[in-house]
Design a protein around this ligand. Structure first.
Ligand SMILES: C[S@@+](CC[C@H](N)C(=O)[O-])C[C@H]1O[C@@H](n2cnc3c(N)ncnc32)[C@H](O)[C@@H]1O
Length: 358
C-alpha cells in the first residue's frame, strides 16, 4: 500500500458525477463530504472537476489533515477541513451550517503516509514503538493492548479482525513474552508472531505478522464501531439525488457497508400490508450490484487497490415511490410484490473474500 494513487479514482468520479454536477438542486452549490480525507487525492480530483463545489473533508489523523490542507491550499475558499472521526459527521455538518449533502466518499483503512512513516508503528516490516493510533492525540496504543489484554481477548481480536488461524497460539506467545519484559516495539512483536506460527503455515499468505498487525490496528482505532455508526449517519445525510461511494479493504468493513445500504434500499413497511404507508418506501437505490472489484489493470497500476471492494448508492425520495405504488398497484398482491422486489434489490448475496488492508 505504498502507492499515493487514489484507489478507483475514475470509477468514484463517474459514480458521484450525477450528484455533484447538479448545480444545487435548490439553487445552492453542491456539497461533497470526503469522510476519510487522507492525503486528499480523491478530494483534489473532485475539487478540480467541480469548480463551485464545497468540500467538507474529515480525518481523525491531524497529520493527514495538515498534509491534505497543504495540498488543497489553492481551494481553501471552498474547503472545510475538520479533525473528526467520520461518525461525528452529523455534528460537524450542523456546526458548519450545512444540511443535506450531495456526495459522500469513504476510502477506509490506513493511508500510505501512515504506513510509510515508521514512527506510527503500523508497519510490521519496520521497527518502531507500537502505537498504531490514527489519532495520536487520544486513545490507547497497540502497546497498551498487547501488554494488558488477557489471552482470550487477544485471541478473539486476532481471529475476528485478522482472520488469523493461529490466534490462540499467538495470544499465548504474547502473554508469555510480556511476562519477561513489556512488548514495546513492532519488530519484537512481528518476530514473536512469526515464531508462534507453525513453520509450514509461515510460507503462505504473505508476512506471518500481517494479520496480527491488521487486527491490532482495527482494535486500537475502534474501526468497526466508527464505521457502524459513520456510514448510516452519512447515508442519512444525503440530499435526494445525492450519492455515496464506499471503498472497503476488509470483509468485515464491507459487510457493515452492505448492510447499512441494504436496509435503506428496501421498504420499512411490514410485508403483509396491502398498501405501503407514506414515507416507508426505500430511501436508497443501489448503484452497484454486489461489491465491485478492481480490474487487473487497476491492481497492476496501484497495488493498494488489490483488496478493494466498492459499493455505491443514491438517495431517493421515499414518498415518491409510495405515490407511484398507490396509483398503479392498489391490490394486496401488487403491494407485496413491490416490496419483495425492493427487498431483492437491497439483499443481494455476494461472496465476502478474505483479504487485508495493509
Ligand atoms: C486510505 S486513507 C484515504 C486516502 C484518500 N482517499 C486519498 O486519496 O488520499 C484513509 C484515511 O482515513 C482516515 N480515517 C480512518 N478512520 C477514520 C475515521 N473513523 N474517521 C475519520 N478518518 C478516518 C485515516 O486517518 C486515513 O488518513
Amino acid at each position: 500500500m505504498g502507492s499515493h494513487t487514489p484507489v478507483l479514482l475514475e470509477r468514484c468520479l463517474e459514480l458521484l458525477a450525477p450528484a455533484l454536477a447538479a448545480p444545487g438542486r435548490s439553487g445552492r452549490d453542491a456539497i461533497h463530504v470526503d469522510a476519510t480525507l487522507g492525503l486528499g487525492g480523491h478530494a483534489e480530483a473532485v475539487l478540480v472537476g467541480y469548480p463551485r463545489l464545497v468540500l467538507v473533508g474529515l480525518d481523525r489523523d491531524p497529520q493527514a489533515l495538515r498534509l491534505a490542507g497543504e495540498r488543497l491550499a489553492r481551494y481553501a475558499d471552498r474547503t472545510r477541513l475538520v479533525h473528526a472521526r467520520y461518525d461525528e459527521l452529523p455534528g460537524v455538518l450542523d456546526e458548519l451550517g450545512y444540511g443535506p449533502v450531495d456526495g459522500v466518499l469513504f476510502d477506509l483503512g490506513v493511508s500510505s503516509m501512515q504506513l510509510d512513516e515508521p514512527a506510527r508503528g503500523f508497519a510490521y516490516a519496520r521497527d518502531a514503538p507500537l502505537d498504531m493510533r490514527m489519532d495520536q492525540t487520544r486513545g490507547r496504543t497497540a502497546q497498551e493492548v498487547v501488554n494488558t489484554y488477557d489471552a482470550a481477548s487477544l485471541a478473539r481480536i486476532l481471529r475476528g479482525y485478522g482472520e488469523e488461524r493461529f490466534a490462540r497460539q499467538i495470544a499465548s506467545a504474547i502473554v508469555r513474552e510480556r511476562a519477561r519484559a513489556p512488548i514495546t516495539s513492532s519488530a519484537r512483536l512481528a518476530e514473536l508472531v512469526e515464531r508462534a506460527i507453525p513453520a509450514p503455515a509461515r510460507r503462505t499468505g504473505g508476512h506471518p505478522a500481517k494479520r496480527t498487525f491488521q487486527a491490532l490496528r482495527i482494535e486500537v482505532n475502534g474501526e468497526l464501531d466508527a464505521l457502524s455508526a459513520g456510514v448510516p449517519a452519512a447515508l442519512d445525510r444525503l440530499a435526494v439525488g445525492g450519492r455515496a461511494v464506499v471503498l472497503s479493504y476488509h470483509s468485515l468493513e464491507d459487510r457493515i457497508v452492505k448492510q447499512a445500504m441494504a436496509v435503506r434500499a428496501r421498504s420499512s413497511a411490514p410485508v403483509d400490508l396491502p398498501v405501503e404507508p407514506v414515507g416507508s418506501g426505500p430511501r436508497l437505490r443501489l448503484l452497484t450490484k454486489g461489491a465491485e472489484l478492481p480490474s487487473e489493470v487497476e491492481v497492476a497500476a496501484n497495488p493498494r487497490a488489490a483488496s478493494v471492494r466498492l459499493r455505491a448508492a443514491e438517495r431517493i425520495d421515499e414518498r415518491k415511490r409510495v405515490q407511484v405504488k398507490a396509483m398503479h398497484q392498489p391490490g394486496t398482491r401488487g403491494g407485496a410484490r413491490h416490496r419483495e422486489d425492493n427487498d431483492r434489490g437491497g439483499g443481494y448475496d455476494d461472496v465476502d473474500r478474505d483479504d487485508d488492508s495493509s
